[in-house]
Design a protein around this ligand. Sequence first.
Ligand code: GLA
Length: 401
Amino acid sequence: MIAERPPMGWNSWNTFGERIDEKLIFETADILVERGYKDAGYEYLIIDDCWALRERDEKGCLVPDPEKFPHGMKAVADYVHKKGLKFGMYSCAGVLTCAGYPSSYDHEFEDAKQFAEWGVDYLKYDYCNFPENADCVNRYHMMSMALKASGREILFAACNWGQKESFNWMRSIGAHTYRSTGDIFDNFRSFTGIFQSQLEHFCQSGPYCFNDMDMLTVGMYNQGNAAIGKPCTNGEYRMQFSMWCLAGTPLIMGADLRKLDPEMEKLLKNEQLISINQDRECRPPYLVGKRSVTVPQEDTDMAVELLRLVKDKLYTFIKHLSGNEFAVAYYNLFEEERKVNFIFADAGVPYGSGYGLSMQDVFTGESLGVKRDYHIVDVPGHDCRVYKCRLVYCGQDKCDG
Ligand code: GLA
């Protein structure tokens, strides 16, 4: 079965754009295995746009650029498969890909067959240059059917950037993941824009069809293709990675793994965070407290504005996990440190219930013991705190745990 959990892997686009070739893919395959990424769960190695020649051949087939892939795509797929990994490729629903290469509009069935023959396990399917009068839903459905008819099990990673309210129909047409946003860039504003745009759509995601908030930029430090704006800090990368884990979005890395900073490598392999992303119940996170923040009528416009700012800059989430566990996460979008006060009653655990939460920091492994009624924590600017939690009975005053 494919896509029972959010897919995990690596994609060439964010760092390499069109500078791709088989050497890069082979080296990345080696690293995925040798450095333990595969054991951590990253299994798809995906070539994005710019792998083909600018023209189809005389039979109408897509042709891998022989300068970039001198041994052809079957050889690349074989190499990737020998490593125990899965192989991903890219095409587009329009007449040309976003970078102007031939694309699958009106070639859906032949191309899907071709991908299957090469040994492709994952197809990212983009939305550039889509004819104005064509039917988007129907065309995505067509490629979904073409993949089903190809004779190979291929994960369908639809990528129409949330156009045409895709959250309403992507599951119905058989997509396994659907890109719900425009392109990510390796800066803080891009990351916040993306996750804030999906707060209302976290619940439109689950087994066999996951909301995909785009590939990770963690560890890029503004090097490469998706590098625009101010480089991210490690705290900002912690926010991005843990937010993707909480939301159950696919974890597709985008940094150059050959040069990855050790702290970022550790972050991307954090077992606790990955277990939150891969939890078998695949529940969306619940945004705590927003509903309880009210603005009194008599408040001035300024107070209303301040409150709005705080509401958009401090987030507390709780995510239900299997085995009666929970993740609790605080995000601080302010530049300065802020105190966050999580009142457990806002997440269904009032003092009077007699229960508290035992809390363990997922980044440091440190246990906070059992908290009752509330948890106050200082969250540094542009950073987050994430805890794995369990309910513990405390009786009238003392906690068991
Ligand atoms: C679009 C997609 C990106 C990437 C590029 C390739 O912009 O959204 O993720 O695939 O095309 O050209």
